[in-house]
Design a protein around this ligand. Structure first.
Ligand code: HEM
Ligand code: HEM
Length: 397
């Protein structure tokens, strides 16, 4: 039994690659299906879901590299001839399915990986080489399209595998030929048939099917992609400063990893004077549309009743006085969020250049003060501290 293929048989290396990828894929598929459907209502459920996803992703990345090795190896190998070259339609179908399998071996893990790299947080790949990918930006839109492509491609892959297994069984049980044995035991086919003329149609059909799948994945989805993470809504001109641009971001530690996101819709009424009156330099009212929050891959959880509960509490409001502080200023007031009123101080620096002011500030809140994530009683799944980062540019009115 040779390590290499011949016209009559599959060699040891080709068979090892075939069965190794087959086994990995047949484990990765149920893991993906199960992980996607596991509930995440409690901390324990979330931890389990994240673990199953991490196994799925880690295995998927292994598949990707094994598949690349397999494809490279196949390029330099003799291709065993079909046992029934005269059955043109059957051969055509078998080739179409083989091409579908080869394409899905790359396209499925790659789209999963791009989806993962485009969002922060939740279920890391268990390896030391980082979680991002070159040329893949942190972007909700990229993540959504790659996720949809992963979904469509896994369906094409599953259909191809089912057809492939059905074909192998048909050869074994109905035709009673050596097709399956050639792949399991590497035996030589009894006679050496004349190789059939290879048509390019099966590969073209396979590429077209995946192209169609990619087009379906790229279709706009029902829920519009959230606005740019950095887009602040201009504030109504109630104060004497008008916000022209800014970000209101939050970060939290989730499963030991930092996840960052921001609110796309918020307004700020700012009254500010360089000269203090009665020790106060002005006031600010910030209104935040909680439903505009995106937080990496845990956006849905963050918006849910457990955390921001955006349906019941669509608005959060911070009303504060602007006071001088040791290094710059501080906004000191009350944050009303999720029905709780909590005193909050936000230290910030201010750079005024003519009629333009640039402000950056940071503070840390404790999610428990707002009754957020009450079932997540320790920090293993979601940290207690939530860092709030504000950066904005405003123009004097
Ligand atoms: C050949 C390897 C892979 C196979 C066969 C595979 C298969 C699947 C399947 C069947 C699902 C469930 C789809 C559904 O619910 O109908 C899924 C979901 C998912 N997979 Fe994979 N996958 C692979 C590789 C990867 C990799 C490498 C990653 C990331 C590094 C990944 C990330 C994901 C994610 C994030 C989901 C959930 C998508 C969502 O939110 O809808 N997968 N995968
Ligand atoms: C229980 C599951 C499986 C069985 C019984 C099976 C059986 C076979 C057999 C008998 C062949 C040889 C066909 C021939 O000589 O014309 C073959 C080839 C092939 N199989 Fe599978 N297979 C299985 C799973 C998979 C999976 C999961 C994949 C990949 C996703 C896969 C990918 C391929 C490919 C790409 C070829 C063509 C090899 C070549 O280039 O000649 N198979 N398989």
């Amino acid at each position: 039994m040779s390590a290499r293929n011949s016209q009559r048989s599959y060699g040891r290396i080709a068979r090892l690659f075939h069965w190794a990828t087959a086994a990995l894929i047949l484990i990765a598929i149920p893991l993906g299906l199960v992980a996607n459907r596991l509930p995440y209502d409690t901390a324990q459920q979330l931890a389990l879901k994240a673990q199953v996803f991490s196994v799925h992703k880690t295995l998927g990345v292994v598949v990707f590299f094994v598949a690349l090795g397999r494809i490279l190896w196949t390029l330099f190998e003799t291709h065993p001839v079909p046992l029934h070259p005269e059955r043109r339609l059957e051969l055509w179908l078998a080739r179409l399915v083989h091409w579908m399998l080869y394409i899905s071996l790359v396209a499925v893990p790659l789209t999963g990986w791009v989806h993962h790299a485009a969002v922060t947080g939740f279920a890391p790949i268990w390896w030391p080489f980082g979680q991002s990918l070159p040329f893949v930006p942190q972007s909700e839109a990229v993540a959504a399209t790659a996720g949809a492509a992963h979904w469509v491609f896994t369906k094409l892959m599953i259909a191809s595998i089912l057809l492939h297994i059905a074909g192998a069984l048909k050869h074994h049980v109905i035709d009673r030929d050596d097709t399956l044995r050639r792949m399991t035991r590497g035996i030589n086919a009894p006679a050496l048939p004349v190789p059939a003329r290879r048509s390019a149609l099966p590969v073209m059909a396979a590429v077209a099917l995946f192209g169609l799948g990619a087009a379906v994945a790229a279709l706009p989805r029902g829920e519009p992609v959230t606005q740019s993470l950095t887009a602040a809504q201009p504030a109504p001109a109630a104060g004497n400063w008008q916000v022209s641009d800014g970000t209101l971001g939050i970060s939290v530690t989730q499963m030991g990893q930092q996840v960052s996101g921001s609110f796309a819709a918020w307004t700020a009424d700012i009254t500010f004077d360089e000269a203090a009156t009665n020790g106060t330099q002005g006031s600010v009212t910030v209104s935040i549309d909680t439903g505009s929050l995106t937080l990496g891959s845990v956006t849905q959880q963050a918006r849910s009743a457990d955390f921001f509960d955006v349906t019941a509490f669509p608005q959060a409001v911070f009303i504060a006085d602007i006071l001088p502080a040791a290094s710059g200023y501080q906004a000191s007031g009350t944050l009303t969020l999720r029905g709780a009123e909590v005193p909050v101080t936000l230290p910030f620096t201010l750079d005024i250049n003519g009629n333009t002011a640039t402000m950056t500030g940071q503070t840390t809140l404790d999610r428990r003060d707002f009754g957020m994530g009450a079932t997540y009683t320790d920090e293993a799944s979601v940290g207690f501290g939530v860092t709030v980062d504000v950066a904005l540019t405003a123009t004097r009115q």
